[in-house]
Write a protein that binds this ligand. Structure first.
Ligand code: BG6
Length: 476
């Protein structure tokens, strides 16, 4: 059997998208609590109310056989203004969550930051563009490492840092845009902050492991034309390797210099920054991988994003526009992806196999899949069953390829698809669901305030239970 003993089967969630309890017990507001969402969608304020249901939710995860639960901590629950005074109720909440996990032999894999920046830090520093954020973030990490050094063995520094930069030129919620120069300087600051956090974790929690959690999908070239092949390599450098090379090698890939010159990007690197990164030594690489990245060459031209400033967040055309990187490449259709036999949507079951092999070869570190999955509306039947065969098929084929990847040498230590239970999508409300566990609520926030939010097991729940019990041997 290919999946090693101790393989970390589990799933994941994030604080802003699952917890609710946005103003409970001293929590400060986050940029996500304040965020304007589409009028047809719920806010993030009540989410799936994990804050009050965590015992029931973790019991359901245990019933599925989880070995790990990847979650994130809401920074402003611990430090309501992002810095300064610690909120003892916040510390206690996550302590209880970790204890509940350990009761069932589930290892928490804890993301320190998953999008929900304390609003006070946004007000005080304007966000990650300010170098003070390095110390502010490291201070937050210190509070976590000291509080939870006996509870947490696996830490992740930052969720999808690279996507916040890759798609970050346009902030859809505030209709503001940033220059590429601002963005890549933010990225550098975030990387120095993460490197310092990795050093600190090794000092304070010598038995723990820590790594980053970018979204990595290796680019396929659109055609066998070498121009497309090189575009795909350069896209990998810009989208992926820029972030992981910095933390693993203490350097940025050279091919990005060309893109930086074209877009007038100059990194403000301080003395010692690169050395801090070179010496921080992550213990593993976590990566989110949904698959679907194919690149064709795109010549340089000036990009005008203004047309998208007031776009509907559900409209993927703005994502496509942001994915175009003039001078490097742009996303292209890939005709070779299979179609899901249930709903006819294309998906890429190979993404983890390809990407995990590439990461293993490049960094000689173990990897863990920190996200992967299939979101779409589910139907709660009258008898309270949910038949999500489309999700099972998607995950099954991905796991099949992942197993082959392990046999080919990919050093994968765990799989945590998105998501353990239904939660609020970043762009598409609660209607777009990813969970193994159905959460009975709709887009109406007023109702959500007092809703029971009952949990129901989907068909994928029972299927994943068999996968885990058999350590991946039974996937059909
Ligand atoms: C990942 C994020 O990029 O994709 C999650 O880390 C997100 O926070 C997930 O929810 C799915 O994306 P969406 O937009 O469907 O919620």
């Amino acid at each position: 059997m290919s999946f090693p003993d101790g393989f970390l089967w589990g799933a994941r969630t994030s604080s802003a998208q699952v917890e609710g309890g946005f103003d409970c017990d001293g929590k400060g507001l986050t940029t996500w609590d304040a965020r304007a969402t589409h009028p047809d969608h719920c806010s993030f304020r009540y989410a799936s109310d994990f804050y009050h249901h965590y015992k029931e939710d973790i019991a359901l995860m245990a019933e599925m056989g989880f070995k790990a639960y990847r979650m994130s901590i809401a920074w402003s629950r611990i430090l309501p203004t992002g810095e300064g005074e610690v909120n003892p109720n916040g510390i206690a909440f996550y302590k209880n969550v970790f204890q509940e996990c350990h009761k069932y032999g589930i290892e928490p894999i804890v993301t320190i930051f998953h999008f929900d920046l304390p609003q006070a830090l946004k007000d005080q520093y304007g966000g990650w563009g300010d170098r003070n954020m390095i110390d502010v973030y490291v201070n937050y990490c210190r509070v976590l490492f000291e509080a939870y050094k006996n509870d947490v063995k696996y830490w992740l520094t930052y969720n999808e840092q690279n996507m916040l930069i890759f798609f970050g030129a346009l902030d859809m919620s505030s209709s503001t845009s940033k220059t590429m120069n601002d963005l890549y300087n933010e990225a550098h600051i975030q990387l120095v902050a993460q490197a310092k956090a990795i050093h600190l974790c090794h000092e304070l929690c010598p038995d723990a492991m820590i790594g980053p959690a970018p979204n990595i999908t290796t680019s396929y070239p659109k055609t066998s034309n070498p121009v497309d092949y090189i575009a795909a390599m350069n896209m990998d450098d810009l989208r992926n390797n820029f972030y992981t090379d910095a933390l693993c090698f203490g350097e940025y890939p050279k091919s990005v210099n060309h893109y930086f010159a074209l877009h007038s990007i100059v990194l403000n690197v301080h003395d010692g920054d690169m050395e801090t990164m070179k010496t921080c030594k992550p213990d593993f690489i976590g990566f989110n991988c949904y698959g679907n990245d194919t690149t064709e060459y795109l010549e340089y031209s000036v990009q005008d994003m203004s047309a998208f400033a007031h776009a509907d967040v559900r409209d993927t055309s703005y994502l496509m526009a942001l994915m175009a990187k003039p001078g490097v490449g742009r996303a292209a259709h890939n005709e070779y992806f299979p179609k899901n036999s249930v709903d006819g949507n294309s998906y890429d079951p190979y993404c983890i196999r390809v990407t995990a092999r590439r990461l293993t070869e490049r960094y000689h570190l173990p990897v863990i899949i920190t996200e992967n999955g299939y979101g779409r509306p589910d139907r709660l039947e009258e008898d309270k069953t949910i038949h999500d065969e489309y999700r099972i098929e998607h995950l099954r084929e991905t796991i099949r390829q992942m197993e082959i990847g392990i046999n080919e040498g990919a050093n994968i230590m765990g799989y945590c698809p998105w998501s353990a239970l239904d939660l609020v999508s970043t762009r598409e409300g609660i209607t777009k669901r990813y969970g193994f566990i159905y959460v009975d609520r709709d887009e109406d926030d007023e109702k959500a305030k007092t809703a029971e939010m009952k949990r129901y097991r989907k068909d994928s729940f029972y299927w994943y239970q068999k996968v885990i019990t058999s350590n991946g041997a039974t996937i059909d």
